[in-house]
Design a protein around this ligand. Structure first.
Ligand code: PAF
Length: 280
C-alpha cells in the first residue's frame, strides 16, 4: 500500500502524536526525492530499527547555491511514493515551502569548522541550508532516529554535530553508500547525466579505488593527487573541485593512510557535480 502523503506540519504532528502516545519509536529519512536504491536502503534500515518510519521529501531551496541547479533538480513524487511501497513506510512528509520556511522566517543554523572545507568551500552557504532544514525536519518530526547515507559524509558529520550542539534528542545513523554495478555511487543527480556522460562517470570511483590502493601501499596524497586528478580530467570530466585525504572524524587534511582516513572527491561532468568518498 502507498503510504499516506502528508503536506502540512499540523497533520504530521497529529499523526506522530498518536504514535508517541502509544510509546512507539519514530525514524526519519530526510530526502529531496528522486529516490534511488541508496534512499531505499536508508528507509529499510529505518524500518528494521523503528516502530514507525517517516520519509521526508523536500527540495530545499536554501541549500542550492546555483538557481539553475535548483530548477533542474529532479522531482518525481509519484514514482518516489511507489518505490517506498514495498518497504512499508508509515508516512511520507512532503511539506510545502511555507511549512518549512513560513513568512518572515529569519533563522539560519550554521555549523562552523566542519563546513570550512570540501563541499563547504566549493558550495558556499550549502551546509547552512542543510543544517537549517534538517534541524527543522528533526524538530517537526520529533523522531528518535535519523538515517543518512555515508555518500554525503561531510553532511552526515555536520548533521551529527548540529543535533548534539542543539540538544535535539535524536540518534543520527550513517548507512553505507550504495553503488551501481560499475561502481558509480548512487545519487539523484545521476539522473541528470546524458548517456555519454553516464559511461564516463564511474571513472571517478575507479580512480579513487586506485588512489586508495596506492595509499595503503604507503603512498602520499601529495604525490598521488595530481596524477589522479589528471586521469579524472582525461576521462572527460570538466573540473575537479577536490580530491583529498581527510580524517573522517574532524575532516582534517591528511597526507598518508591511517585509522579513520577517508578519500573525498567532487568533480564536474558535463554540468553535473558528482561527489564520492571511501574509507582508506
Ligand atoms: O541529502 C539530501 O538529500 C539533503 O541534503 C537533505 C539531507 C535531505 C537535506 O535537504
Amino acid at each position: 500500500m502507498i503510504a499516506p502523503i502528508v503536506r502540512t506540519l499540523g497533520e504530521l504532528r497529529a499523526r506522530t502524536g498518536v504514535w508517541r502516545k502509544a510509546g512507539e519509536t519514530v525514524g526519519v529519512v530526510p530526502t529531496m526525492g528522486a529516490l534511488h536504491q541508496g534512499h531505499l536502503s536508508l528507509a529499510r534500515a529505518a524500518r528494521a530499527r523503528c516502530d514507525r518510519v517517516i520519509v521526508t521529501i523536500f527540495v530545499n531551496p536554501k541549500q542550492f547555491n546555483d538557481p539553475k541547479d535548483l530548477e533542474n533538480y529532479p522531482r518525481t513524487e509519484e514514482d518516489d511514493a511507489r518505490k517506498l511501497e514495498s518497504i512499508g513506510v508509515d508516512l511520507i512528509y512532503v511539506p510545502g515551502p511555507d511549512q518549512i520556511y513560513p513568512y518572515g522566517f529569519a533563522t539560519t543554523v550554521s555549523v562552523s569548522g566542519l563546513t570550512d572545507m570540501l563541499c563547504g568551500e566549493s558550495r558556499p552557504g550549502h551546509f547552512d541550508g542543510v543544517a537549517t532544514v534538517v534541524a527543522k525536519l528533526f524538530t517537526q518530526t520529533a523522531a528518535d532516529f535519523a538515517f543518512f547515507g555515508e555518500k554525503d559524509f561531510q553532511q552526515l558529520q555536520v548533521v551529527r554535530r548540529m543535533a548534539v550542539d542543539l540538544d535535539i534528542p535524536i540518534e543520527v545513523i550513517g548507512c553505507p553508500t550504495i553503488r551501481e554495478e560499475d561502481g558509480l555511487a548512487m545519487s539523484s543527480r545521476n539522473l541528470l547525466l546524458s548517456d555519454r556522460s553516464r559511461v564516463k562517470a564511474p571513472v571517478l570511483a575507479e580512480v579513487m579505488e586506485d588512489v586508495r590502493a596506492a595509499l595503503r601501499a604507503g603512498g602520499r596524497m601529495s604525490e598521488l593527487g595530481p596524477d589522479a586528478e589528471a586521469r579524472i580530467l582525461a576521462a572527460g570530466f570538466n573540473k575537479v573541485d577536490y580530491l583529498e585525504l581527510r580524517d573522517g572524524r574532524d575532516l582534517g587534511l591528511l597526507d598518508e593512510a591511517g585509522e579513520d582516513a577517508r578519500l573525498f572527491a567532487a568533480a564536474w561532468l558535463a554540468g553535473v557535480r558528482l561527489i564520492d568518498n571511501i574509507g582508506v
